[in-house]
Design a protein around this ligand. Structure first.
Ligand code: SF4
Length: 457
């Protein structure tokens, strides 16, 4: 079984005119969460479950809308990023499971930690899989229960969800209902809103706003939200629930205009920059935020320190973010294409450079070299996340300690490797304070995983 480590986005619409088109737009606003493939499953005017999916960006896969879907009133969609081993059209979601009297479609963001165990158990019971994605397991468990009788319903979904462990924001579309579910740890975000007389649900609130919806609230950890012609129904399916939202959603993945669990992502990052200055002050002439996710923390660092912030790095908007390109080679080639220094601003200056995180260290090294070539007198790196030292098993492409420079070098060693004059990371306590939270998943920093790790342990 392939270990799919992906950072994806899901979006659904129910009871609204042109649902498939609305999902297409919602997915476009979640494109930052996955750029390898996308798909939309929708109900046509006759109630048939239709599926269009392909490798590529939303604008490339659906350049002129979703073909033949003009009359759809309910749909779900998915944008996907997969590791090279898990790439391929088979793994693009949604998945459609056809049954004698209808069927259902699923879309999943996250990663199931006991996927190997479930895959083996289901295989022994005769289940055949069409993909190497752990996301298919959720649908397979549902399908298995359905074969024993009954319709897709909260108890049946709860039975399936209580067998899987890990991170999932999970959508299930049937002939008359859209279910939105979150894992009991609350690792991945998912929010729903109202659009006219219908509903939309998406990985981030920015996608709800984009389609003109009024955001209602997050789906809670361990909750199933049923959206149907009868309105909204909420069910808590897990007896033990946590609030272990992925800290990297706030630090890096989510868009700054999204709110996650009541907290705006930009506000979180800005506060983390202020705390970073309090913890690791630095004398300099200029603060620079590394586009885009370093900007908000740089604003905070600048405000707290009184050091002016300048737009001294310009991003080429048409080159994808380095961290979510699939190969190391692409990442290495991508750095210089991605950013250009503004030489006239930088020359002769002492710089504080704020970047969201340091993964392999190669990006920071190239960046600092580029800034020195542009005439920077000093370069001080400030990072509003603690050092990344452990893999993520919950759907983020941090697959091994070998890829993480902070797993083998201390802060001084990393500073030497990247060639900075000084380097400081925010403390875990500082990060928690930035979000005024008492709990988040910070396992890639601390090694304290909120779940069992099964065969990964
Ligand atoms: S291990 Fe890190 S990246 Fe993975 S869910 Fe936890 S905080 Fe997020």
């Amino acid at each position: 079984m392939q270990k799919i480590r992906e950072e994806c986005g899901v979006f659904g619409a129910f009871g609204v005119e042109g649902a498939a088109e609305i999902v297409r737009m919602g997915l476009a606003f979640l494109q930052h969460r996955g750029q390898e493939g996308c798909g939309i499953a929708y109900l046509d005017r006759d109630g048939n479950l239709c599926l269009k999916k392909k490798l590529g960006l939303v604008s490339g896969v659906f350049p002129r809308g979703v073909p033949d879907a003009g009359t759809s009133r309910s749909a779900i969609g998915h944008v996907r990023y997969g590791t090279s081993g898990g790439s391929g059209e088979d793994n693009v979601q949604p998945f459609v499971f056809r049954l004698k009297d209808g069927g259902f479609a699923t879309a999943h963001n996250g990663n199931i930690v006991n996927a190997d165990e479930l895959f083996k158990a289901l295989s022994v019971r005769g289940k055949l899989f069409h993909s190497s994605s752990d996301s298919e397991i959720l649908g397979a468990l549902l399908g298995e229960s359905l074969r024993r009788g009954g319709n897709v319903s909260e108890p049946l979904i709860a039975r399936a969800l209580n067998q899987v462990d890990g991170a999932f924001s999970f959508l299930v579309l049937t002939g008359d209902t859209l279910y939105a579910c979150r894992d009991k740890y609350g690792l991945r975000p998912l929010s729903y809103g109202r659009l006219g007389n219908g509903f939309v649900v998406g990985s981030e609130t920015c996608s709800l706003e984009a389609v003109g919806a009024h955001s209602v609230r997050d789906v809670r950890p361990g909750e199933i939200v049923r959206l149907s012609a009868d309105g909204i129904n909420h069910t808590l399916y897990a007896s033990v629930r946590q609030n272990a939202m992925c800290a990297m959603e706030y630090i890096y993945f989510a868009r700054p205009d999204s709110d996650i669990e009541g907290l705006n992502v930009h506000a979180f990052r800005k506060e983390s920059g202020k705390i970073l200055f309090r913890e690791s002050p630095c004398g300099a002439d200029m603060v620079i935020g590394v586009p885009d996710s370093g900007f908000s923390a740089a604003i905070g660092y600048s405000e707290a320190s009184g050091i002016p912030m300048e737009m001294a790095l310009v991003k080429n908007a048409y080159v994808a973010r380095t961290f979510i390109q699939p190969t190391q080679e692409m990442r290495l080639n991508g750095v210089r294409m991605k950013l250009s220094p503004v030489r006239s601003l930088i020359c002769g200056k002492r710089l504080v450079v704020v970047d969201d995180s340091i993964v392999r260290g190669t990006t920071s090294r190239q960046l600092i070299r580029m800034l020195r070539d542009a005439g920077a007198r000093e370069v001080h790196m400030r990072i509003p996340s603690p050092p990344l030292r452990n893999p993520c098993y919950y759907g983020v492409d941090i697959s091994s300690r070998e890829e993480l420079i902070s797993a083998s070098l201390d802060v001084e060693g990393v500073c030497r490797f990247i060639g900075a004059d000084s380097l400081a990371f925010i403390s875990p306590e500082g990060l928690m304070e930035a979000g005024k939270r008492t709990r988040m998943c910070m396992a890639c920093f601390s090694g304290n995983y909120p779940t069992d790790l099964y065969s990964h342990g």
